[in-house]
Design a protein around this ligand. Structure first.
Ligand SMILES: C[S@@+](CC[C@H](N)C(=O)[O-])C[C@H]1O[C@@H](n2cnc3c(N)ncnc32)[C@H](O)[C@@H]1O
Length: 342
């Protein structure tokens, strides 16, 4: 029954669409819901009363848990305020693994501490038997000099040539800053953020479901990593943009037999247990302690898939944005780039 929904973005309300998905049928569910922050969506009013918003969230969270396989993982992305309520709810029938702190500046709110991270709750359906893989990311370096950011003292010979294990604080993935890289959507996520979650908890051919698909970030990540996907989305235009992008996406985020996440010309996430197969594709610094100032390099640049730019058409469209400045609500006019596909 689920087969006809596989590799599709379905239009409609997620609670209705979830009714088509059998229990225990999806390997990973990820949700990036509207944050109830009055964002400028085209088909959804992002401002519900406090309890109304939370009651609604509890409904789709229950559905995520229901459809996830006993070996599967559940992720929910939001600002910390809402995640505290989600976690209290999820603790009743799923298994807490991590609160991933995604270090990314958020909208200024109030007059106390400046929010500087989003959270991603990571739960598994069952306490035991879930698929989880260790990941590695490249060593952090000084941008100009190229030296390692951290001082490892006399232990540089022991460093992993690719980079350290990924922790629960992600500071190396940035929000999409340039309008030329974004779709006309107020809160599109970077695809390599999704790559990391998918590599963390799924294998190729596994099924990933996103009930708030937006312009298809999760589906694109799943497709380029050789996974299957199902997306739900209210807005027809966002689905159209997703389909245009998906048509150009190939399952080619791979080196040899190992799926990896690329960003620009770098590999930014690998699985730890793939390293023995991957190492032959790199030129290693010699001796290994030279890693302090020398990066490992991929031997053949042709192995890096080219990120072909999608054709852009500028439109002189003006949108109104609500923004919270010094605690006051102010209206601001902003020119926006709208992306069209040829
Ligand atoms: C925060 S955005 C997701 C962005 C997405 N992660 C991306 O990278 O493009 C939330 C999305 O949920 C959609 N949405 C809101 N309510 C929905 C509902 N009840 N069912 C399905 N989609 C909904 C909105 O149209 C919006 O595109």
């Amino acid at each position: 029954m689920i087969d006809k929904f596989i590799n599709k973005i379905l239009q409609g309300d997620c609670l209705e669409l979830f009714k088509n998905i059998p229990d225990n049928s999806v390997d990973m569910t990820f949700a990036d819901p509207p944050f109830n922050l009055k964002k400028n969506y085209t088909s959804y009013t992002d401002s519900l009363e406090f309890h109304e918003y939370l009651n609604w969230c509890e409904k789709w969270i229950s559905e995520m848990v229901r459809v996830t396989k006993p070996t599967g993982a559940i992720f929910v992305h939001n600002i910390p305020k809402w995640l505290t309520y989600y976690a209290t709810y999820l603790n009743r029938f799923a298994n807490f693994k991590h609160w991933i702190s995604w270090d990314a500046p958020t909208a200024p709110m109030g007059k106390s501490l400046q929010p500087a991270h989003y959270g991603i709750l990571f739960y598994t359906k069952e306490p035991k038997g879930a698929k989880i893989y260790e990941l590695r990311h490249p060593h952090k370096r000084d941008r100009k000099q190229g030296y390692l950011w951290k001082d490892y003292g006399g232990k540089k010979d022991l460093l992993h040539p690719f980079g350290p294990l990924v922790s629960d604080v992600w500071a190396d993935i940035h929000r999409i800053k340039h309008n030329t890289k974004r779709d006309p959507h107020p809160c599109q996520l970077p695809i390599h953020l999704m790559d990391r979650l998918i590599l963390l908890t799924t294998d190729d051919n596994d099924l990933v479901l996103d009930p708030f698909s937006g312009t298809g970030t999760t589906a694109i990540s799943a497709k380029r990593l050789g996974r299957k996907y199902i997306g739900f989305e209210l807005d027809k235009n966002y689905i159209e943009i997703s389909q245009q992008k998906l048509a150009k996406t190939m399952p080619n985020y791979k080196i040899g037999e190992s799926w990896v996440s690329f960003y620009l010309n770098d590999i930014i996430t690998i699985r730890n247990n793939d390293w023995n197969r991957l190492r032959d594709y790199f030129i290693m610094p010699e001796p290994i302690r030279a890693i302090d100032y020398k990066r490992i390099k991929i031997k053949d640049k042709k192995l890096i898939p080219s990120e072909k730019e999608l054709p852009l058409i500028k439109e002189n469209t003006t949108v109104e944005k609500l923004e919270n400045k010094n605690g006051k609500k102010v209206k601001r006019q902003e020119n926006t780039l709208f992306v069209k596909f040829g």
